[in-house]
Design a protein around this ligand. Structure first.
Ligand SMILES: N[C@@H](CCC(=O)N[C@@H](CS)C(=O)NCC(=O)O)C(=O)O
Length: 399
């Protein structure tokens, strides 16, 4: 809305400005037929149209002046504040001198892992971004410990300034750990490392500087602009470049489009929301990990809160009235992409990071009714099961 009114104002300013530059005031008056006074008479009453016309003219000129003044004010405000990069210090990755005091709830260990990496993943079991990271780690056979975070109280995250999951801690020697925030960054850094294990994680991280800027609403946002790109240092040929751009495009689509149809679907009704939370509890072993009062708080408070939030998200992301249709539309969009390529995966014969991202995100709802409906109403199952097989057998470490 703000952007709309700004563009209207800017257009208005341009119109006024162009008009003023090209036309003399007299010709403006002439063109509006507000020229020399004309006298009218009739029915014995004499009217003074020229006076009325002059008032209209002053009114119009006043309006234009106000428009011009507003545009200048708005323009100068924008040129000072908006979109300005506000990083005031050099970027330094966060390094923890020791692991936070949480016993991992699970250890995923692959005997074939020779990466030398020591990884700890802070996560919710069915957060789509966490599932995306797990799909990547499983596919490439990288061992990791899991710390399950309570999504309501989030006590396990107290040590971190960054308050979202997933967070990956990666050992960098001397008992120190590098903190990687954001699923896409985690995957890009690790994949760049696998492409050239001679590079250490710290130097790779310095290729992904966060940029802080002032958003349209005036708030400061921080983003790693190049996080969808890998730092492999390869000389990229034209045909490879197209493949890379395709991979980037679909990775972004998974994060920015597919993810947004999930919540309104799995929390569509109170019953469905509760059923989803019961499944989250099963996958995350909340019965085992949290005291029963805490487990019940997460399930019941979470289900109700997410049902309410799901309705807001449906509006925000402009989903269809029947949110299932939006889910099917997105899955069909992905399937059409595969069909157009004529290959089993986006990456060709083997999955690439886009396949892993879409698979990971979708696996976060695998036990929900929305997923069952999607399998019945689209052709997603074939590709999904092939991906599941690849990820669960660490196919990426062999390919
Ligand atoms: N861009 C981030 C998004 C992560 C995110 O939004 N995670 C959600 C869980 S799905 C979160 O932690 N939200 C904050 C909260 O639960 O309080 C990523 O890709 O990792």
């Amino acid at each position: 809305m703000a952007a709309f009114s700004r563009s209207v104002c800017t257009r208005h300013f341009r119109t006024v400005f162009t008009f003023c530059k090209n036309e003399q005031p007299n010709s403006l008056i002439r063109s509006l037929n507000w020229g020399p006074r004309r006298q009218f008479s009739g029915n014995g009453t004499s009217r003074r149209p020229a006076v009325a016309q002059a008032n209209v003219l002053y009114f119009a000129l006043g309006g234009m002046a106000a428009g011009v003044a507003y545009t200048f004010w708005d323009y100068s405000r924008k040129s000072i504040d908006y979109s300005a990069v506000v990083n005031d210090t050099e970027f330094k990755p966060t390094i923890l001198t020791a692991l936070p005091p949480h016993t991992p709830s699970r250890q995923i260990s692959f005997p074939s892992d020779n990466s030398g990496l020591k990884l700890v993943l802070y996560q919710y079991p069915t957060c789509p971004f966490c599932c995306k990271v797990r799909a990547f780690l499983d596919y490439y056979g990288l061992s990791y410990d899991v710390v399950e975070v309570d999504p309501v109280l989030r006590t396990e995250m107290k040590w971190s300034e960054y308050k979202k999951v997933p967070i990956l801690l990666a050992g960098v020697g001397d008992g120190k750990y590098l903190q990687l925030n954001d699923s896409t960054l985690i995957i890009s850094v690790l994949k760049s490392f696998l492409a050239d294990p001679k590079k250490d994680l710290l130097s790779l991280m310095s290729s992904y500087p966060p940029m802080s800027y002032r958003d349209e609403d005036g708030s400061i946002k921080t983003e790693i602009q190049n996080r969808y790109y890998l730092m492999t240092g390869e000389d990229v040929q034209k045909d490879k470049k197209e493949k890379i751009m395709e991979e980037v495009k679909w990775r972004e689509w998974a994060d920015k489009k597919l993810v947004h149809v999930l919540s309104p679907n799995v929390y569509r009704t109170v019953d469905e929301s509760l059923q989803s939370f019961e499944w989250f509890s099963e996958v995350g072993e909340w019965d085992r990990l949290f005291p029963s009062w805490e487990r019940n708080l997460i399930v019941y408070a979470g289900a109700y809160a997410m049902w309410l939030i799901g309705k807001r998200l449906k509006k925000r992301h402009l989903l269809k009235d029947d949110v299932r249709i939006s889910l099917y539309d997105e899955l069909n969009f992905w399937l059409r992409n595969l069909k157009k390529k004529g290959t089993s995966f986006n990456g060709g014969k083997k999955p690439d990071l886009a396949d892993l991202a879409v698979y990971g995100v979708l696996s976060s709802i695998e036990g929900c009714q929305a997923f069952k409906d999607a399998v019945e109403n689209t052709k997603i199952e074939g590709w999904y099961m092939a991906m599941k097989e690849f990820a669960s057998t660490q196919a990426g470490s062999r390919l």
